[in-house]
Design a protein around this ligand. Structure first.
Ligand code: GTP
Length: 364
């Protein structure tokens, strides 16, 4: 899968090439990872999908850079292979009896309809190809799973030419928002991006401290609330303001997931959106979901999708569950792509969602 990453060109002393090289050498994942570099300028146009989801009422003040003002950045590719729990490694398939396959898929939260559809597809292909062995069937299953996920596999698009590029992170308490922000910021800073994080989860002082720790580890700037309980929208505003002053590339805003009901949630997110859009365009709204919560995660996703114009899902804690099928349910019911996955508590434990890798991880 292609990843397009662009950042503002800065002075020679800030040349990203050097930074990227040193990052490549020091990166704990660099050795076993493939990197993708785009050295040829490509036309930078606003990303239809993400910007459509974040249409400002008034024209946004964020500047759109021309390709000549941007440069391609090479970042180490993350792999989720080790983090995805296999569902079928211990299962032996019998072409005559695929009931176990259906049961396993249902238990893994694929949903009854998807499970039946997948089994039908596997049966049809197995018949056509004359599949006899467990190995043949697993290959077919991996291909069917991958195919059914293909349109979900969309990378974060950091090439929409808007600076600062604003990512709003939403989700209920404890799903892994702060951890995800830390991981993402660290990875982007490694690639030479200037990242500013806004601690707009102002209800708990501990939440601010937590995001501060991650920002420090990642080497990102942090905008904190001036006092506990400060209006999250004003923190979001100050963050974007500061990012523009610092000529930063990326803004990541942490929000609170504590809200009691949909109206509160909608009001708060609307307000945050409105104040950000006075100065910039929101390019991504990432909804963080905890994979271990299974169908409950789907209910949360529906609620947020209704109020927050979600452009992508981050599915965390995939390392701790055999319920990866939730990816299918999210895709089928909400048509929202899963963009990132969390596969551990460490700073490097995340990956861009990749349908092939995910399907193979589930099967083998
Ligand atoms: N195993 C595993 N644990 C994770 C992952 N992501 C986050 N966690 C853990 O989940 C717990 C909650 O993570 P946070 O990042 O604090 O979640 P949050 O959504 O910011 O929570 P609040 O600050 O309460 O809103 C922490 O113990 C994290 O270490 C993951 O991908 N895998």
């Amino acid at each position: 899968m292609a990843f397009l990453f662009w950042k503002k060109k800065r002075g020679a002393e800030e040349s990203s090439t050097q930074e990227v090289e040193s990052v490549q050498n020091n990166s704990p994942v660099a050795e076993d990872s493939t990197s993708v570099i785009f050295s040829e300028p490509i036309p930078v146009t606003p990303n239809e999908e993400s910007s459509a989801a974040a249409k400002p009422e008034k024209p946004a003040a964020s500047t759109e850079e021309t390709p000549a003002q941007l440069e391609a950045v090479e970042l180490p590719k993350r792999s989720a292979k080790k983090g995805i729990r296999s569902l079928f490694s211990r299962v032996k398939f019998d072409p005559e009896n695929l009931d176990e396959l259906e049961d396993t898929l249902i238990q893994a939260d694929f949903g009854v309809d998807s499970a039946a559809k997948i089994v039908d597809e596997v049966k049809a292909r197995a018949k056509k190809q004359g599949a006899k062995t467990d190995k043949d069937l697993k290959e077919i299953l991996a291909a069917v799973l991958e195919q059914n996920l293909e349109h979900s596999a969309k990378a974060l698009n950091l090439s929409d030419g808007k600076t600062p590029y604003v990512i709003l992170v939403v989700g209920v308490n404890g799903v892994g928002k702060t951890t995800t922000i830390g991981k993402l910021a660290n990875w982007l800073v490694q690639g030479g991006f200037k990242v500013v994080i806004g601690a707009a989860d102002t209800f708990r002082a501990a939440a601010v401290d937590q995001v501060a720790t991650w920002a420090q580890r990642a080497g990102a700037s942090l905008i904190r609330p001036k006092q506990e309980g400060q209006d999250p929208a004003s923190v979001a505003f100050e963050t974007v303001d500061e990012a523009i002053k610092q000529d930063a590339d990326i803004v990541i805003i942490d929000t609170a997931g504590r809200l009691q009901n949909k109206a509160d949630l909608m009001n708060e997110l609307d307000k945050i959106r409105r104040v950000i859009e006075k100065q910039a365009t929101i390019s991504e709204v990432l909804l963080v979901l905890d994979a271990t919560t299974g169908q409950n995660g789907l209910t949360q996703a529906k609620a947020f999708a209704e109020v927050a114009n979600v452009t992508g899902v981050v599915l965390t804690k995939l390392d701790g569950t055999a319920k990866g099928g939730i990816v299918y349910s999210i895709q089928r019911e909400l048509q929202i792509p899963v963009k990132l996955v969390g596969v551990g508590e460490g700073i490097d434990d995340f990956a861009f969602f990749d349908a092939k890798e995910f399907a193979n991880g589930l099967v083998n």
